[in-house]
Design a protein around this ligand. Structure first.
Ligand SMILES: *[C@@H]1O[C@H](CO)[C@@H](O)[C@H](O)[C@H]1NC(C)=O
Ligand SMILES: *[C@@H]1O[C@H](CO)[C@@H](O)[C@H](O)[C@H]1NC(C)=O
Ligand SMILES: *[C@@H]1O[C@H](CO)[C@@H](O)[C@H](O)[C@H]1NC(C)=O
Ligand SMILES: *[C@@H]1O[C@H](CO)[C@@H](O)[C@H](O)[C@H]1NC(C)=O
Ligand SMILES: *[C@@H]1O[C@H](CO)[C@@H](O)[C@H](O)[C@H]1NC(C)=O
Ligand SMILES: *[C@@H]1O[C@H](CO)[C@@H](O)[C@H](O)[C@H]1NC(C)=O
Ligand SMILES: *[C@@H]1O[C@H](CO)[C@@H](O)[C@H](O)[C@H]1NC(C)=O
Ligand SMILES: [Zn+2]
Length: 477
């Protein structure tokens, strides 16, 4: 009887210890969120308490240099590949590939041709190849078949699906029986309203407040699902926005014969494909057409843009000065806000904030390159990075100095109840973990000593009997 009791006690104690240890993740969970067109300084336009809550308890980078052209699809693909546009192949929202003889257009949602995406391998595929699972709520490209795969879980793009429904999916995937380790969440604003109103409009205040409330909702849901302290939340964007005006329009029709070229992409980087034999005519007519538009032959595009070596970059590009608008015909669509300009311009820069066990707290960094996010993500997920143009070393100081893979992780529910002060319950979690490990260890050691003593004293003579019992069935067979 006593020996059975000791066995049970020993197993229980071992379980306590192993559960405490097994709750530590082998790799970190990451949720990457993009609020499209969230310019870096929107954080200071109106009160944004939820963004500031993340900053105070996490990290914040003030100036993120994104990639040229500062458009949605090129930059979202950079965030998940670490490559410049010329290397990942999504060089614009509207493209023509002269080798494939195919077009790509965000305007008409003609974006599902795999070939456009396959010059790179996005992180969700690498994550899955490493044996993990990923989930994507409408991140650009995540409902496209790339290298024969989709994310493990994904939603078909539908801009009418609410933020709340997207968050619900993300939470469901992170808490399922086979939880994802990588989640990607995308929201269309403040880009949409920024284009319509122009970023200088006072009406942008409520738009930014609304995004802050959405972040608050996400944080609330993550806390409710007991994910807030265990996953690494990264909040960023693809680009900023600048104010345009109908006073600053450059009309191509004034300088060029429409029959001499095809306009592949519009403003502020006009991608121009001259018709057969018309290259010189088009270039000459455009080169000095307007003081606020710089015209480049493809081979003259500045190196710093890393925007040259790809067949989807057209023979001539015309780049507008900040706030200037290129239209073929003045009657074409015009928007009060736009982006796509030189990536050196501060107004083109997005936000970057992060919170979680891997990140430092209340830490601000002046600058980073958006290409550096990819190696950071690979590091957090503990997966091999594909060749890329970023550097983990550039952003390593965002990570907490305490070894990121051995941070507190418990499923304790009671301690989390009703906690409001963030710093407080993070500490409570550490204590719970510490107490769990210590208690478990003490119990195991005590019972091990008792067990060994017991074994030596009383079990030894019984050993021959036990052996006999084991041998018996064999003899009977
Ligand atoms: C390119 O595709 C178009 C149809 O989309 C076709 O009319 C044209 O002949 C093709 N050009 C070449 C060179 O194959
Ligand atoms: C898009 O989502 C909305 C809202 O959930 C839904 O009513 C609509 O049917 C969806 N559209 C498509 C094409 O699935
Ligand atoms: C537009 O061009 C004029 C003349 O060169 C220049 O003074 C002005 O700074 C330019 N505007 C911008 C936004 O660069
Ligand atoms: C611009 O568009 C208007 C309306 O479609 C048209 O009447 C006009 O001729 C166009 N201008 C040029 C220069 O093609
Ligand atoms: C955060 O850091 C700033 C400056 O480094 C400091 O003034 C502030 O007190 C810190 N806040 C907290 C909550 O630690
Ligand atoms: C961004 O990348 C450039 C070119 O590789 C590098 O010179 C610069 O230091 C990087 N910026 C930061 C903030 O790491
Ligand atoms: C960017 O990375 C790709 C892939 O490693 C490489 O081929 C390319 O040369 C890099 N670009 C620059 C400017 O270093
Ligand atoms: Zn965008």
């Amino acid at each position: 009887m006593t020996s059975k009791f000791i066995w049970v006690a020993f197993i229980l104690a071992t379980l306590t210890l192993s559960i405490t240890f097994s709750l530590q993740p082998d790799e970190q969970k990451v949720l990457l969120v993009s609020f499209d067109g969230f310019r870096w300084d929107y954080l200071y336009r109106v009160p944004t308490p939820h963004f500031h809550y993340v900053m105070k308890n996490g990290v914040h980078v003030k100036q993120v240099t994104n990639i040229f052209i500062t458009k949605t699809y090129p930059n979202h693909y950079t965030l998940v590949t670490g490559l410049f546009a010329e290397n990942h192949g999504i060089v614009a929202n509207d493209m023509f590939d002269s080798i494939l003889n195919k077009s790509f257009s965000l305007d008409t949602m003609n974006i599902y041709d795999s070939e456009f995406w396959e010059e790179a391998t996005p992180i969700w595929i690498t994550n899955q190849r490493a044996g993990h699972t990923s989930g994507a709520a409408m991140w650009p490209g995540t409902d496209v078949k790339i290298h024969q795969s989709f994310p493990t879980h994904y939603m078909l793009y539908n801009e009418s699906v609410s933020f709340e429904d997207r968050v619900a999916k993300i939470i469901e995937w992170f808490t399922s029986k086979e939880p994802i380790n990588l989640g990607l969440l995308y929201w269309e604003d403040p880009d949409d309203m920024g284009h319509t109103l122009g970023p200088d409009s006072p009406l942008m205040g409520p738009v930014i407040s609304d995004i802050d409330n959405k972040l608050g909702y996400l944080i609330q849901m993550l806390k409710k699902a007991k994910l807030w302290n265990t996953l690494n939340l990264i909040i960023t964007s693809d680009h900023g926005m600048t104010q345009c005006s109908e006073e600053r329009v450059i009309e191509l029709d004034q300088y060029l014969d429409k029959d001499h070229y095809v306009l592949i992409d519009q403003s502020p980087v006009a991608a121009i494909l001259p018709k057969e034999g018309k290259f010189d005519d088009v270039y000459e007519a455009l080169a000095h057409a307007h003081p606020n538009m710089t015209v480049y032959k493809k081979e003259e595009i500045p190196e710093r843009w890393h925007y040259k070596y790809n067949s989807r970059i057209q023979p001539i590009i015309a780049v507008a000065d900040e706030g200037w608008y290129i239209l073929q015909n003045k009657s074409d669509d015009f928007m009060l806000g736009n982006h796509g300009y030189d990536n050196m311009l501060a107004e083109m820069h997005p936000i970057f904030l992060a919170h979680g066990p891997a990140f430092r707290k209340n830490f601000t960094r002046e600058a980073m390159n958006s290409t550096d996010l990819y190696p950071l993500l690979c590091h957090l997920l503990n997966i091999p990075a594909m060749p890329h143009n970023g550097s983990l070393g550039n952003v390593q100081d965002l990570l907490s100095s305490a070894a990121p893979r051995a941070l507190p992780y418990t499923q304790s529910t009671t301690l989390l109840h009703g906690s409001v002060k963030p710093g407080e319950y993070e500490q409570e979690e550490s204590y719970a973990y510490f107490i769990g490990v210590s208690l478990g260890s003490v119990i195991v050691i005590v019972f091990f000593i008792i067990f060994v003593k017991h074994l030596i004293r009383s079990q030894m003579p019984a050993l021959p009997d036990m052996q006999a019992e084991i041998v018996q069935p064999l003899l009977q067979a």
